[in-house]
Design a protein around this ligand. Structure first.
Ligand code: UD1
Length: 430
C-alpha cells in the first residue's frame, strides 16, 4: 500500500489548479443512466471513486470512453467521459461493488426511472456514522415505487413507470435530493421536492439534466419543481469546480503561510468557508478566475464553527479546519452536526501533538505552538487530508499510511502541493 511522506516547515507559494468536483462528477455519471443517448462530461477528476463508478456502470451495460488529461496538465482541463447507456443490461447493483462506495447506491433512482425496476445493495463507503438510506426510499415511494428490503438489497419496482409526487424531506440529504430529482425528471406528471439540499453539486446536476431535456424550476433553492418529460436526450456538460478541494488547499496555505492562488475555484460556492477563514485572520480574496489565499506570519485566531448543510460550513471541510485550528492562538470549538462519528482524525492529529478534547458532537481544540512529525493513519477521505495539512507544519517527518483514502477524492494531491514548495512524496509499495 502506498504511503505519503511529508517533511514539515515549508511555506506554500504558487498556483494550484482546482479539479472538477467529485461530488458532482459521480451523480452526473449516474444521470447518464437516464438516457439512451451519449452524455459527454468534461473536467471529470481522475479519482479512484470515478474509476470505481465506471466499473459499476459498466456492470449495468453502460459503455464509457475516456479522453483528455488532468486539470492543469498541458492546459487541458480534466478528463472527458463519453457515457452511453444505450442498453441497460442489468438492473442489479451487487454488494461487491456498492459496498466500496456509498454514492453508487444512487443508481437506484435512474435505473428505476428508466427500467421500472432496480435491485441495489445497501451501501458501505466511509465509516462515518450509520448513514441510512430511508430518505432515498421515501423519495422513491412518493414517486409511486414499491420498495422491499431483501437480503441486504433494496428491491424497487414501478412496472408502469414512476409518477410525479410531493416529496417533503424531513431532513436535508444530498444523496436523497439527487435521487428525487433523477426519479422525477421522467416521471409522469409534476413533482415538488421540499427541503431539498442546496449543495452546488446538486445545482450542477440539475443544470445538466436541463441540458438533457428535463424541466426543473427552483435550481439552487430548497424547493424544486419538476415537470416530467417522456424522455431525456444526450448532452455535453463540464463538471463544476470542487469547492471541497479548493477549501482544503486554502486551509493548507493558511496553515503554512505564503500566497497560493486556487485557479478555477468558484468563490460563489465558498462564501461560508471564506468567512470562517477570514475570522481566523487569513487573507482570502477573489482573484481573476479563482481565489487567492495569503497569510503573512501573523498567528491564527481561534474560531467557533458548526457544520451545516449548504450554504453553511461543509462537513467535508471539518477535519481540515480542525487541523488548521490546532495551531491557533487560543481555544477553538467545532461542532459536527451532519455525521456522527466524523472525528476519527482527532486521535491521529493528537499523534502529531494536537490538543483536542471531544465532548459528544463537539471538539474543543487548544492551539499548540508546535506539531511534530509521526506515523499516522488515514481513516477516511477528509480525515486523511487533514493529516496532510497538519504534517505540512509539523517539525520533522510524517508518514501517512492508507493513502488509498486520499486517492478516492484528491487528484494528484502530492504533485499539486509539491509544485507550491511542499516537501512531500509518495512512497509506492512496488
Ligand atoms: C454527500 C456527499 C458527502 C457529504 C455529505 C454531506 C457525495 C458523493 N457525498 O453524502 O461528501 O459529506 O453529502 O454534505 O456527494 N441521512 C438519513 N437518511 C438518508 C440519507 C441521509 O438520515 O436516507 C442522513 C445522514 O446519515 C446524514 C445526513 O442525512 O446524517 C446527510 O447525509 P447526506 O446529505 O445524504 O450525505 P450523502 O449524500 O451520503
Amino acid at each position: 500500500m502506498d504511503r505519503i511522506r511529508i517533511r514539515g516547515g515549508n511555506t506554500l507559494n504558487g498556483t494550484i489548479h482546482i479539479s472538477g468536483a467529485k461530488n458532482a462528477a459521480l451523480p452526473l455519471m449516474i444521470a447518464a443512466l437516464l438516457t439512451e443517448d451519449t452524455l459527454t462530461l468534461h473536467r471529470v477528476p481522475r479519482l479512484a471513486d470515478v474509476r470505481l463508478l465506471q466499473r459499476i456502470l459498466g456492470n449495468h451495460g453502460v459503455d464509457i470512453t475516456v479522453a483528455g488529461k488532468r486539470s492543469g496538465q498541458n492546459g487541458r482541463d480534466g478528463e472527458t467521459l463519453r457515457i452511453s447507456a444505450k442498453v441497460i443490461a442489468d438492473t442489479t447493483a451487487p454488494y461487491e461493488l456498492v459496498s466500496k462506495m456509498r454514492a453508487s447506491f444512487w443508481v437506484l433512482a435512474p435505473l428505476l426511472a428508466r427500467c421500472g425496476e432496480a435491485k441495489v445493495s445497501l451501501p458501505g463507503g466511509c465509516a462515518i456514522g450509520t448513514r441510512p438510506v430511508d430518505l432515498h426510499i421515501l423519495a422513491m415511494e412518493k414517486l409511486g415505487a414499491e420498495i422491499a428490503i431483501d437480503a441486504g438489497y433494496v428491491v424497487a419496482r414501478a412496472p408502469k413507470g414512476l409518477k410525479g409526487g410531493h416529496i417533503a424531506f424531513p431532513k436535508v440529504s444530498v444523496g436523497a435530493t439527487h435521487a428525487a430529482l433523477m426519479g422525477a425528471v421522467t416521471a409522469k406528471g409534476d413533482t415538488v421536492i421540499e427541503n431539498a439540499a442546496r449543495e452546488p453539486e446538486i445545482g450542477d446536476v440539475a443544470q445538466c439534466l436541463v441540458k438533457m431535456g428535463a424541466v426543473i424550476e427552483g435550481i439552487g433553492s430548497s424547493t424544486l419543481k419538476i415537470k416530467g418529460v417522456p424522455r431525456l436526450h444526450g448532452a455535453e456538460h463540464a463538471v463544476i469546480a470542487d469547492r471541497i478541494e479548493a477549501g482544503t488547499y486554502a486551509m493548507a496555505a493558511a496553515m503554512t503561510g505564503g500566497v497560493v492562488k486556487l485557479a478555477g475555484a468558484r468563490i460563489d460556492t465558498l462564501d461560508e468557508v471564506m468567512t470562517v477563514m477570514r475570522s481566523s485572520g487569513v487573507d482570502v480574496e477573489a482573484a481573476n478566475d479563482g481565489l487567492k489565499v495569503k497569510r503573512n506570519g501573523s498567528g491564527l485566531a481561534p474560531i467557533k464553527v458548526e457544520t451545516e448543510p449548504y450554504p453553511g460550513f461543509p462537513t467535508d471541510l471539518q477535519a481540515q479546519l480542525m487541523a488548521l485550528t490546532t495551531r491557533a492562538r487560543g481555544t477553538s470549538i467545532i461542532r459536527e452536526t451532519i455525521f456522527e462519528n466524523r472525528f476519527m482524525h482527532v486521535q491521529e492529529l493528537a499523534r502529531l501533538g494536537a490538543d483536542i478534547q471531544l465532548h459528544g458532537d463537539t471538539a474543543e481544540i487548544r492551539g499548540v505552538d508546535r506539531l511534530t512529525g509521526a506515523q499516522v493513519m488515514a481513516t477516511d477521505l477528509r480525515a486523511s487530508v487533514s493529516l496532510v495539512i497538519a504534517a505540512l507544519v509539523a517539525e520533522g517527518e510524517t508518514t501517512l499510511h492508507r493513502v488509498y483514502h486520499l486517492d478516492r477524492g484528491f487528484e494528484t494531491l502530492e504533485d499539486k502541493l509539491k509544485a507550491c514548495g511542499a516537501d512531500i512524496e509518495r512512497l509506492s509499495s512496488h
